[in-house]
Design a protein around this ligand. Structure first.
Ligand SMILES: *Cc1c(COP(=O)(O)O)cnc(C)c1O
Length: 396
């Protein structure tokens, strides 16, 4: 049994259940951060993709690999998983023997390719360079049951995280790789990733134009077109259209190109499936004037705040707070001076030590990116049944 699986089994017992974060605080009086999982919100997000997306929805496991998240998604009907490491494949395969894993990282260890293929039955791989294709063909005996997707680089400015400088190849590079995949005896597909937290649905249409160009210039049948992740979450400073308008954009682009008849469509949402599924209760440990010291920060669940994402928040209603609001500088618990939220946070002016603040939109890249730096590791989970609703806070 691997460490990953042991950890999964340890944490898959049903979470302690509460009606609201207020009830959590009343009982636990937590001086440590507490993740509030909202299974109903995870279910709703999963059903949106499953009911609306005209193909297979692959959950991008790296976004939140916690067993409670995987189980909630599985329970809602997700059976396909975008995995990028052998540990993720082992975790998903052992939790859900009837699920399908796709090895979507364009750079893989030979041993990982071999074990994914022979032990876990993985049949989909991504490449973006001839050397990776060569590596795959040396490790796996080619046959048409193995699908190799070429990752096409797509360029645009509409995402918070642009991944095109690290991964992907040009249309020319794609054509050459497709020809080689065919001649080696594998099946072929195409994939792209518009970048995480994509702020413009038009990015998918533009990416599909590159797909169309490849299709027009290549005689090779494409078994699948994978439109990747990027479906955005709702943060304070990124007012975006709902995920469903992004799915509409993909459908319109695919239909326009006739792709829906030609190839199976895949999407790989991480953030779009999980963002609303967790919040985090933090506690104020010290107030120094307009500076607050919380028990979680950028080395914990708020890593993404460094890149500018601002999660919505509310006060846990343990007492009456002043309606007057003030701007606070918020520090995390470690001794590092980098452990500070880049933007001031607006909170009740009479905030004091011991008050609890709930941050929403924690489901994506919150627990996944936490570290144990300085001995602080948020690792307490409960489920709650209410909806998260931020305190009114102007977008600054
Ligand atoms: C991270 C990643 C995803 C998920 O991205 P989101 O922006 O969270 O939807 C999907 N596919 C690949 C290849 C990724 O690396």
């Amino acid at each position: 049994m691997t460490d990953v699986v042991r950890e999964a089994l340890r944490t898959t017992a049903d979470l302690p259940h509460y009606a609201t974060p207020e009830a959590v605080v009343a009982e636990l009086q937590p001086e440590y951060p507490v993740y509030c999982v909202r299974p109903h919100a995870i279910h709703r997000a999963a059903r949106l993709f499953l009911d609306k997306f005209p193909g297979d929805t692959l959950y991008a496991v790296k976004c939140n690999p916690a067993p409670h998240m995987l189980r909630a998604l599985y329970h809602a009907g997700i059976r396909h998983f975008d995995t990028a490491s052998l540990a993720e494949i082992a975790l998903v395969s052992q939790l859900f023997p009837d699920s399908v894993c796709y090895f979507m990282h364009p750079v893989k260890a030979r041993s990982a390719i071999a074990e994914a293929h022979s032990r876990y039955g993985v049949r989909h791989h991504v490449v973006d360079h001839p050397s990776e294709l060569q590596k795959l063909s040396e490790v796996i005996t080619a046959n048409r049951d193995v699908v190799i997707l070429v990752r096409l680089a797509v360029h645009h400015t509409g995402a918070v995280y642009d991944l095109s400088s690290k991964f992907g190849t040009s249309v020319e590079g794609t054509l050459a790789l497709l020809a080689k995949i065919e001649s080696l005896g594998f099946s072929a597909g195409l994939c792209f990733h518009v970048g995480s937290q994509c702020l413009d649905p038009d990015a998918y249409r533009l990416a599909m134009e590159s797909v169309a160009e490849v299709r027009a210039r290549s005689p090779i049948a494409l078994g699948c077109i994978d439109v990747g992740g990027g479906f955005p979450g709702r943060y304070l400073n990124d007012p975006v259209e709902g995920v469903s308008s992004y799915i509409d954009a993909v459908i319109a682009a695919a239909r326009g190109l006739g792709e829906l008849e030609e190839s199976r469509l895949f999407c790989e949402p991480g953030r779009g499936l999980t963002e609303g599924g967790e919040s985090l209760i933090t506690q104020v440990q010290l107030r120094k004037g307009s500076a607050l010291y919380l028990n979680d920060g950028i080395y914990g669940s708020m890593n993404e705040e460094q890149t500018g994402l601002r999660r919505p928040h509310r006060m846990v209603a343990t007492r009456d707070f002043s309606s007057r609001r003030a701007q606070f500088t918020v520090y995390g618990p470690t001794c590092d001076s980098l452990d500070i939220l880049p933007d001031a946070v607006e909170l009740p002016a009479d905030l004091r030590e011991g008050d609890w603040i709930e941050f929403g939109a924690m489901g994506a890249y919150g627990l996944a990116c936490r570290t144990a730096f300085n001995g602080f590791f948020p690792n307490t989970f409960v489920s709650v049944e209410n909806e998260f609703e931020a305190d009114a806070s102007p977008v600054g």
